[in-house]
Design a protein around this ligand. Structure first.
Ligand code: NAI
Length: 335
């Protein structure tokens, strides 16, 4: 079987080669994304693996007439025309989980940076050479109430870590798991109570229609005054305008964000401004993101919460399992 991997780095290539040697007759790698104008010549492979930068649509599928298996190295698969794959009997597999502790650790990284003003302290020393803690007073996590929105894979790791910091934990999930809550030592409350009772609110829900602007102008002021918001899920779950306003008016005490609305614009603003024909709403959000970038009580990372050596290795290991399962005729992690 010939397998073609798109969007791989050299360390991934080495790892995959070492594991796939006996499985595949031919393994090919390219840094390129798979889209309609990729330059890879060999079109006779039976299996392809992509990451989230690829766009696997009908035109792309037409280029690989012998394709039988597509395995994405991600949980989401909105970059793949699933219906078209199914129509062509191409099996599609994903990596259902890989980073629950990883993202939870990042959420605490953002929170601790804010609670101990670590980044401001670091900047002061680096930029001014002043070894002074004046104005850098933070707050303890111990005894504070952490509100967890979404008690799935990541939310549960966050709860476990919060217990280590001796925080009080409350949570909201439309599908509460009361047995787990009793075992883990937290309790579920209504969403409105979660907002009004939490000193720190951390979001761990998928981005779906129901979670679009879950935190918005209508409810952000029901959050506790001085509360800190952490978002490592997806940008549009929080209405940027509401967040900017609540922070600049001093209602919220801070925000730690790994995700933004309009991440594309933040990544490549030149292209966005010159060629993107952005909508007025998208431009406004991009400008509001800049206000967030400049606020001293906001820390932002570039959608990097998943990006650890171990999480990426788990992605590769599951991808290898997916390929082996496909070869054995018992495909797994299919969608
Ligand atoms: P999961 O599917 O295990 O858990 C999601 C939980 O959210 C479920 O318990 C579900 O019932 C709950 N939920 C659904 N709608 C809700 C609502 N309206 N209010 C409250 N809870 C709701 O997902 P997991 O693995 O914990 O991941 C959560 C999200 O984290 C992912 O959907 C993804 O967007 C994000 N993520 C971010 C990464 C990053 O690098 N920043 C990496 C991986 C995931």
């Amino acid at each position: 079987m010939g397998i073609l991997f798109f969007e791989t780095e050299s360390w991934e290539e080495n790892y995959l080669r070492s594991k796939l040697g006996v499985i595949a007759a031919q393994v090919f790698f390219t840094h390129e994304k798979l889209n309609s104008d990729h330059s890879f010549e060999n079109r006779s492979v039976e299996a392809i693996s992509v990451f989230v930068g690829s766009q696997v649509d009908k035109t792309v599928l037409d280029q690989f007439p012998e394709l039988k298996f597509l395995t994405t190295r991600s949980t989401g698969y909105d970059h793949i025309d699933l219906e078209e794959c199914h129509r062509r009997n191409i099996i599609v597999a994903t990596v259902p989980t890989y980073g629950e502790n990883t993202v939870a650790e990042h959420a605490f990284g953002l929170l601790l940076s804010l609670s101990h003003k670590i980044y401001e302290g670091f900047n002061r020393i680096r930029e001014t050479g002043t070894f002074s803690c004046e104005g850098l007073q933070g707050f303890d996590l111990k005894g504070k109430t952490l509100g967890v929105v979404g008690t799935g894979h990541i939310g549960r790791h966050v709860i476990r870590m919060a217990k280590g910091f001796e925080m009080e934990v409350i949570a909201y999930d439309p599908k509460p798991d009361q047995q787990y809550a009793a075992e883990a030592g937290f309790h579920y409350v209504s969403f409105s109570d979660l907002l009004s009772l939490s000193d720190v609110l951390t979001i761990h829900v998928p981005y779906i229609q129901a979670t679009h602007h879950l935190i918005n102008k209508g409810n952000i002021y029901t959050m506790k005054k001085g509360a800190v918001l952490i978002n490592t899920s997806r940008g549009p779950i929080v209405e940027t305008e509401a967040l900017v306003e609540a922070l600049t008016k001093g209602h919220l005490g801070g925000a730690g964000l790994d995700v933004l609305e309009e991440e594309g614009a933040a990544r490549d603003e030149r292209a966005f401004a010159l060629y993107g024909h952005p909508s007025e709403a998208a431009l406004k959000t991009a400008l509001q993101n800049h206000v967030l970038f400049d606020l001293p009580n906001v820390i932002i990372t570039p959608h990097n919460a998943f990006n650890t050596r171990e999480a990426l290795q788990r992605i590769l290991d599951t991808t290898i399992e997916n390929i082996k399962a496909f070869q054995s005729g018992m495909p797994k992690n299919t969608v």
